[in-house]
Design a protein around this ligand. Structure first.
Ligand code: ADP
Ligand code: MG
Length: 363
């Protein structure tokens, strides 16, 4: 939409370095670094993109608001661009799909300049190349204050995997490790003096900060898991013989996200806390900061690991296949039980059982 069409236009003066290029000059310069890949017939440059026919189209969208989702002084624009695409690819992966095209709406604030935006787009393209998708369009506007991004990804799934298919008796599997991103965030929130006093090595810090800034969507892991098939796998005539009955990506913390599967599937998820995969780095940071690593693993956000419900007979095959194909460990962390009052229960080694707390909420 053009500014003159908008009766609510604020009348703010755009940043000078950007006004020299203009909206179309900016889009053109970003366009130059973007490549068109399979599944897209026409990308940036027309009123809308044209995609090829998609098997079962799946669409997801996430916004990133400065000072809510990211801070300019904590990240680089390139890492921010990579994360913006990664978190959407993670949703596509959780559905059992592969990404095809991304659409990026951006509201540019007075603090943004052309080099920042160029680096942001370099980050978008890094991830587009890695996950074989095309940045196929978007919209560009001005923001009176903070930078705002909204990324929409269109993908395709042969058989979408929903949150609703979990069966009583299914095992709960999780990819990778939990709590690292929350540990990274805690390091960012600590003052320089506090950080110095923690005595963590650069290896530990770099790993945890990397996990916070640059989550890895578990796309290859999901594809490897879905490639497992055979007799006795899957449970649903609709979904067919796929080994994963229900899945989601863990963006807001395991405990709260697990409750979404419980609610959609009509089961209770029981998590055995001592089984949660927590890295030594995460434990080290927790000890140094005097917090419980378990709390980060259960309630910290932004790990972007996948939670899968799998029939017991299929679990070993899925774990072996994913680990062999991707090197990512997969851990059994619990099971699905008949629905009880609590959507998610935590089981401790001493037999204690408790209700899991709530997930992160913006409100
Ligand atoms: P219209 O006014 O018809 O909506 P625009 O002038 O907004 O079109 O956009 C022109 C072209 O540039 C379109 O192909 C659009 O998808 C693309 N585009 C606009 N903004 C962005 C952006 N931030 N990132 C990627 N592509 C963009
Ligand atoms: Mg148009």
């Amino acid at each position: 939409m053009s500014a003159t069409d908008n009766p609510h236009q604020s009348g703010l003066t755009p940043p000078s370095t950007l006004s020299a290029r203009g909206e179309f000059g900016l889009i053109e310069s970003w366009h130059k670094r973007l490549r068109q890949r399979a599944g897209v017939r026409l990308g940036i440059g027309d009123d809308a993109a044209v995609l090829d026919h998609l098997q079962v189209p799946i669409v997801t969208c996430d916004c990133l608001i400065e000072k809510v989702h990211f801070r300019r002084d904590w990240t680089t624009p390139r890492a921010l661009g990579r994360k913006a695409i990664a978190v959407n690819v993670s949703d596509v992966a959780a559905m059992g799909g592969h990404p095809v095209a991304a659409f990026i709406s951006i509201a540019i604030g007075p603090h943004d300049d052309a080099p920042f935006l160029e680096q942001l787009y370099a980050g978008f393209e890094d991830m587009a190349a890695r996950y074989n998708l095309t940045i196929a369009g978007g919209d560009t506007a001005r923001s009176p204050a903070e930078l705002m991004l909204s990324v929409t990804i269109v993908g395709a799934a042969p058989v979408p995997v929903l949150r609703s298919g979990a069966q009583v008796g299914d095992l709960l599997l999780v990819t990778g490790t939990l709590g690292d991103a929350a540990a990274g965030l805690a390091l960012l929130q600590a003052t320089p003096a506090q950080n110095a006093a923690l005595g963590l090595t650069d290896d530990v810090r770099d790993y945890l900060l990397q996990r916070h800034h640059e989550p890895t969507p578990r796309l290859l892991e999901m594809q490897a898991a879905l490639a497992c098939s055979g007799a006795g796998l899957g449970n649903s005539a609709v979904l067919g013989a796929i080994p994963i009955t229900a899945a989601l990506d863990i963006s807001d913390g395991l405990a709260g996200d697990a409750a979404h599967i419980a609610a959609r599937s009509g089961v209770t998820l029981e998590i055995e806390v001592e089984r949660l995969p927590i890295t030594p780095f995460c434990r080290e940071a927790a000890t140094a900061l005097g917090v419980d690593a378990l709390d980060w693993a259960l309630r910290g956000g932004e790990d972007y690991e996948l939670l899968w419900c799998v029939a017991p007979a299929a679990a070993a095959g899925v774990m072996a296949r994913v680990e062999q194909a991707t090197g990512t460990p997969v851990t059994v962390i619990g099971r699905c039980r008949e629905a009880e009052a609590d959507a998610v229960t935590l089981l401790y080694p001493n037999g204690k059982r408790e209700r899991a707390g709530r997930a992160f909420s913006h409100f």
